[in-house]
Design a protein around this ligand. Structure first.
Ligand SMILES: *Cc1c(COP(=O)(O)O)cnc(C)c1O
Length: 404
């Protein structure tokens, strides 16, 4: 590979929001215009010394950053030679990495003089993180959510309401995430002078993949220096789970210029059959959805295919455009882990280290365990533990009572 990674983060995306052939803005004119304003505000405001120092203070005092890097001694001893380290995003306020970009988006809204944050949510994790940010900044918050998901995710709906958000039920179509996205876009177009649309990952039209990556890059910046301080070295491999790809871009961004192997882990669900998994980079093709070009899983009509994963945070039929690019140029390897492998890793980390991981994050850990078993196994593996597993307890109790 002859790709020149120097200044990568400055060069990508380009000014139109492209990572190679992926990314861009594929939206009706009025929406595109609104996002152009956000892009311009982001470029000036978010790079001012005042914004940066305020965000730094919030991360420290409200979110509890930096989160630690932890050496899994018990697990590593059992594995033999490979040493597993975790970046503990489960200890970030609200229990996952999502708050990192929600606080950034909230602060930007505040500086832009906006009154309201608008977003959609599927399982409700993004909605809760954004409602938290809105409460902190004293902004209104409107979360669009499919009626089906509202029924399934009652505790998260209650959390959002407790935090002061308005939850808007979406009652058309399949009443899930896809319709919620459309509904949130509609609400935003109607009110873009007063509100900002806050996406939940490094997906969507430009500038979101850029903004969310930048706000999440604190994960990688912290982890890289913490790891060097602990061990004296860089890790040999860095591993993260891929839903839309934000926790992964957060940690990957600090290591792209380093001699470090990087792995993104997709959910292989129940099988390789379309509909049984959400491994979009592994099995998908080029396409446009939700306003951006990337690699996606399509059904026979070319529409986003139904997807599945035991980890609801990973079941999205595409991934951020930057991941499609990093795959094409060969910088990041994308692998897939099944439900069963992720669940095994979930139990293993809980039992051996006293850390109950999110099932999403368990995908990354499961792949790290696989790497450790290879003949030419890496010495140091750094896993992004994107979130905690408390939210998954009901599911695990119901489905694996004999393993507890
Ligand atoms: C939402 C979520 C993910 C997946 O989102 P990305 O944008 O791919 O990071 C992963 N882990 C946890 C704990 C989540 O809540």
């Amino acid at each position: 590979m002859n790709f020149d990674f120097r200044n990568y983060l400055k060069k990508y995306p380009d000014k139109n929001g492209y990572f190679g052939e992926y990314g861009g803005v594929y939206l009706p004119d009025d929406l595109a215009k609104a996002l152009k304003e956000v892009d311009e505000a982001y470029k000036t405001i978010a790079h001012s010394a005042e914004f940066i120092s305020e965000l730094r203070r919030i991360r420290k005092e409200f979110q509890g950053r930096p989160t630690p890097v932890y050496h899994c001694k018990n697990l590593s001893q059992e594995l033999g030679t490979t040493q597993i380290y975790l970046k503990r995003e489960d200890l970030n306020h609200t229990g996952a990495h999502k708050l990192n970009h929600c606080m950034g988006e909230g602060l930007l809204a505040k500086y832009m003089g906006m009154k309201k944050l608008i977003a959609e949510t599927g399982a409700g994790q993004h909605g809760v993180a954004l409602a938290t940010a809105a409460a902190f900044f004293g902004l209104e918050c409107e979360i669009h959510m499919g009626e089906v998901d509202i029924k399934k995710q009652a505790p998260n709906v209650a959390r959002m309401k407790l935090l002061g958000a308005k939850v808007v039920p979406v009652t058309h179509g399949l009443k899930t995430l896809k319709e919620a996205v459309d509904s949130a876009f509609d609400a935003y177009v109607k009110d873009y002078k007063n509100s900002i649309y806050c996406i939940g990952s490094v997906v969507g039209p430009h500038p979101f993949p850029l903004m969310v990556r930048d706000f999440q890059s604190v994960v990688g910046d912290e982890a890289r220096s913490q790891f060097k301080e602990m061990t004296g070295y860089l890790p040999d491999a860095v591993v993260a789970a891929i839903g839309g790809g934000s926790n992964a871009m957060g940690i990957f961004s600090a290591f792209l210029e380093d001699p470090v192997d990087i792995y993104g882990v997709e959910p292989l669900g129940k099988s390789t059959k379309l509909g049984d998994h959400a491994a979009s980079l592994t099995y998908g093709e080029k396409g446009i959805m939700h306003g951006f070009e990337s690699i996606m899983l399509k059904d026979e009509n070319g529409e986003p295919a139904p997807v599945y994963s035991v980890a609801s945070g990973l079941d999205y039929p595409s991934t951020g455009p930057e991941h499609a690019f990093l795959k094409d140029i060969g910088r990041v390897k994308y692998e897939a882990i099944t439900d069963d492998e992720a669940i095994d890793a979930f139990f293993k980390l809980s039992r051996m280290e006293g850390i109950i991981p999110a099932i999403e994050s368990s995908h990354a850990l499961a792949y790290a365990l696989k790497l450790a078993k290879q003949e030419d196994n890496p010495g140091f593996v750094l896993v992004n533990l994107s979130g905690r597993g408390d939210k998954d307890m009901d599911y695990v109790l119901e489905n694996y009572p004999d393993r507890i």
